[in-house]
Design a protein around this ligand. Structure first.
Ligand SMILES: CC(C)(COP(=O)(O)OP(=O)(O)OC[C@H]1O[C@@H](n2cnc3c(N)ncnc32)[C@H](O)[C@@H]1OP(=O)(O)O)[C@@H](O)C(=O)NCCC(=O)NCCS
Length: 173
């Protein structure tokens, strides 16, 4: 049974499980900011230095999906927008462990994320994802609209090749 919950702090055990999910996703080929080599320590550091401060400040909402207590998926909603974009929020680091995919976990995480965005008064959600990835199909299935494609946006984690990204948005009104 999958349970989605929000984390408002990052205890040692949770940071470790999130690091495992990120580490496994990057080693599985996910294009989510990192390139190989990507040691577990770098994955742990990401959660503690890049995510935790925003979570603690309340500008970044962090969600996890658990199966039997173990974190198997995660997503973040970044509410830290400039004064003229307070109606907008950004989706970041939607990750599901390679062993837990195609069970609807990402879909469940996105449902909770959108409820949270609405409750926070945000009516526009934006994100980017590598063009052609499973994630793009997921977002399209959830009603996200393609705003455009930027070629040569980011390096592939293993080959280092420059790859395109697709910008998407969803109007929550
Ligand atoms: C993208 C990702 C989060 C999807 O997680 P998931 O839990 O397997 O997704 P779900 O099971 O909720 O899939 C929901 C829908 O998305 C689409 N989808 C997801 N994965 C797919 C795949 N590999 N191929 C085709 N469609 C896919 C399908 O429409 C699916 O519905 P269905 O299973 O009923 O057909 C996961 O593959 C992942 O972590 N990828 C690497 C990280 C990444 O690219 N993150 C996005 C960064 S923006």
């Amino acid at each position: 049974m999958v349970r989605v919950e929000e984390l408002r702090e990052l205890p040692e055990a949770e940071a470790g499980m999130l690091a495992e999910v990120l580490h496994a996703a990057v080693h599985g080929g996910a294009s989510v900011s990192f390139v190989l080599p990507f040691p577990m320590e770098a994955a742990r550091e990401f959660w503690l230095t890049k995510v935790l401060p925003g979570v603690a400040a309340g500008t970044r909402r962090l969600f996890v999906a658990r199966v039997d207590g173990r974190i198997v998926g995660t997503v973040q909603l970044d509410l830290g927008m400039p004064p003229n974009q307070q109606h907008r929020a950004e989706v970041a680091k939607l990750l599901v462990h390679p062993e837990a995919r195609r069970q609807g976990i990402a879909r469940s995480l996105m449902m909770v994320l959108e409820e949270t965005a609405r409750a926070a008064g945000r009516t526009l959600v934006t994100l980017d994802t590598r063009t052609g990835d499973a994630a793009e199909r997921l977002y399209l299935s959830l009603g996200y609209v393609v705003a455009g494609v930027i070629p040569r946006f980011a390096r592939a984690p293993a080959s280092g090749e420059l790859e395109a990204t697709t910008l998407l948005y969803k109007d929550l009104r």
